[in-house]
Write a protein that binds this ligand. Structure first.
Ligand code: GP9
Ligand code: MN
Length: 625
């Protein structure tokens, strides 16, 4: 083994340079990073440099050539892998990886069709520079053939690296103040400090949250409680307890956005049954999803706890051992048999663990259903057989029961057997959008069948049926085709508007025969818990929750998205811009300021509860007076 007294400074620089160029190409092709001016573009070009020079520069300390070369190759491969994993993740979620998501390894097996739909044969190009580096090392061209490196040169190398880092941070801070203290938006972080530094930062946040929990004490709860008390809205007197003692069936409508309701595609109605049902229900047409990276699971979290999910990772994973005062827990206390029903792997989104923390007495997962090749498509069991078999299970449940059902067929990549297509696909260049309408139509059919089955089983009249869309199905990546369908450009304003999901409360005997109505309050998933409990005649006055009963005359028109955007009856805050709801035009940011502050306060309180696991201190408080 040759001593590295003649160590080269060239090789680490070549390694860093390759990855630098590649990272920038990935920024421009793999992600959709919105660049508003040349300074942002410059920061984007610059931002991988400091980390790459640093990490490759560490090789200058190695004493032998072999170890040094091995280290450089290893770093090159590892970082390439990280950037590639980000690209694959981004293709599906339009977001960057975070550590908690990465450690959800049990999810990876289940991603199945979705993941493979996002991996292409040409992806090996992502690793081409690693091979190039290997060839350079093997061929030992003169250029990398080791000139000696003096300590002073090494120092100079790291000094330049540090200078680049400070330049990067300085420019970023000028461009985006409070960058690191407010992490609502990962794209802004990656855009400014670069994907590698972002991952380091994420690691730091992760350690911080572990420490926060260890250090939290009950006194923080006082502020939270004061805030929640001050925002409590009293129930609607006429509706409080109207569904008392009934079974509660809550259905999560996978990836269902409101724009499909009462709409057509190619002249065909997309949701004929739901359109009908809405006339016999309370239908909220300004109801938004508020999910983060945890998608379906985040929606469940919101509905159960009336707390916000986290802005990174899925709270179902990161804080599954916390104490919660969930909807299910409240219903347990009120004599209900509580269960989750979802014909998928029980470990997906960590549900098997989290459902226990949420207090479900039983989880009917794939093990409880008869699943065959014939009755499955895409991610698993089709919705129609799922509902059919679920009613059979409900017949056996102790009464009254609470069943939270999660549908699956209308999930990306929206595949369907020929025989299940009740309408033609849409015709655009975007196959995902084209298929979406057909799976929504299938889902609609499945709800119709479910209602028929419920009636046959004698359960319908004794139940209250609540449905919510869990999150968007069509992501930003599909704006072109969505624009074509809607016949308008998808501005940030329209994009925010597209986050509306249906929310339907159907109370047989109460809302039947057109006695329901459309309610246009600005609202969100956070409001579901108090709404349901009040309909059942269960008080929530003492509970720590951020939502407001949707039927309350005092319910405010204000809904916060998990990424810090928000909607009121007058304004929409999206893409760092204040829009007027009336004109859809930009207005003075000052008009949004107060809501922006409220948004930050509320999200911070909610985060504090979760990070500090504060509800574990609440039991004693609750029983005090
Ligand atoms: C998986 C299902 C889908 O069990 O809930 O999850 P999603 O990808 O929509 O979060
Ligand atoms: Mn979902």
């Amino acid at each position: 083994m040759s001593k590295l007294n003649k160590a080269s400074i060239i090789l680490p620089i070549v390694g860093a340079l390759f990855l630098w160029i590649k990272t920038y190409i990935v920024y421009k092709t793999g992600f959709h990073i919105k660049i508003e001016n040349w300074m942002q573009e410059f920061i984007l070009i610059l931002n991988p440099a400091s980390f790459l020079l640093f990490i490759f520069g560490l090789s200058l300390f190695f004493k032998t050539e072999k170890v040094r070369n091995g280290y450089i190759l290893f770093v090159s491969f590892l970082l390439s892998f990280i950037i590639y994993a980000n690209v694959v993740f981004y293709r599906f979620f339009t977001d960057f990886l975070t550590l908690p998501v990465l450690f959800q390894t049990s999810n990876f097996g289940d991603l199945g069709e979705s993941a493979s739909a996002e991996i292409n044969w040409w992806d090996f190009f992502f690793f081409i520079d690693v091979f190039l580096l290997l060839m350079i090392i093997k061929m030992k061209p003169k250029m990398v053939n080791f000139q000696s490196i003096k300590r002073v040169n090494r120092r100079a190398y790291f000094l330049v690296t540090a200078a680049i880092l400070f330049l990067n941070l300085g420019l970023s801070e000028a461009e985006r103040p409070q960058l690191l203290s407010r992490t609502f938006d990962r794209e802004i972080l990656v855009k400014n400090i670069g994907t590698y530094n972002y991952h380091l930062y994420d690691l730091f946040l992760q350690s911080k949250s572990s420490a926060q929990k260890a250090m939290a004490d009950g006194s923080r709860l006082v502020d939270v409680e004061n805030y929640v008390r001050a925002n409590y809205v009293k129930p609607n007197e006429k509706l409080f307890g109207i569904a008392k003692g009934r079974n509660v069936i809550v259905i999560s409508l996978e990836s269902t956005q409101s724009f499909v309701i009462n709409s057509k595609v190619n002249g065909q109605v997309i949701t004929p049954y739901l359109n009908q049902l809405i006339k016999d229900s309370y239908y909220f047409d300004h109801f938004y999803h508020q999910t983060g990276q945890g998608k379906t699971a985040d929606a469940e979290f919101l509905i159960e706890n009336s707390l916000y999910p986290l802005n990174r990772g899925a709270v179902f994973f990161t804080h599954a051992s916390n104490k919660y005062n969930s909807l299910a827990t409240k219903l347990n206390e009120n004599g209900y048999y509580t269960s989750g029903m979802h014909a998928n792997n029980k470990s997906f989104w960590n549900r098997d663990i989290m459902y226990k923390s949420l207090g479900y007495q039983k989880f009917y997962s794939s093990n409880s259903y008869t699943i065959t090749d014939e009755n499955s498509v895409g991610w698993g069991m089709k919705d129609i057989p799922f509902f059919q078999q679920s009613v059979d299970l409900m017949k056996e449940m102790p009464k009254p029961f609470y069943a939270k059902m999660i549908t699956l067929t209308n999930h990306h990549p929206f595949t369907l057997d020929e025989s299940d297509r009740f309408i033609e696909e849409y015709t655009s260049n975007d196959k995902t959008v084209n298929r979406y309408f057909t799976t929504v139509r299938y889902e609609d059919e499945s709800i119709k069948e479910f209602m028929i089955k419920l009636k046959q089983a004698g359960l319908y009249d004794k139940s209250i049926i609540i449905m919510y869309g869990d999150h968007y199905g069509i992501s930003e990546n599909h704006h072109l085709a969505m624009g074509q369908y809607l016949g308008k450009e998808i501005t940030p304003f329209v994009h925010a508007d597209l986050q509306k999901v249906p929310f339907i409360v159907h109370i047989p005997g109460v809302t039947d025969k057109g006695r329901g109505k459309i309610i246009s309050k600005v609202s969100g998933q956070i409001d579901v818990r108090p709404t349901i409990l009040h309909l059942l005649g269960i008080e929530t006055k003492k509970d720590i929750q951020f939502g407001e009963d949707l039927f309350s005359p005092d319910h405010r028109n204000f809904t916060i998205f998990r990424d810090g955007q928000f909607v009121t009856d007058k304004y929409v805050w999206a893409a760092n811009t204040c829009y007027s709801k009336n004109t859809e035009e930009q207005v003075d940011k000052e008009l949004c300021r107060i809501y922006k502050e409220n948004t930050a306060t509320e999200l911070n309180f909610s985060d504090e509860i979760i990070y500090g696991d504060l509800l574990r201190f609440y039991g004693d408080e609750k029983n005090k007076d």
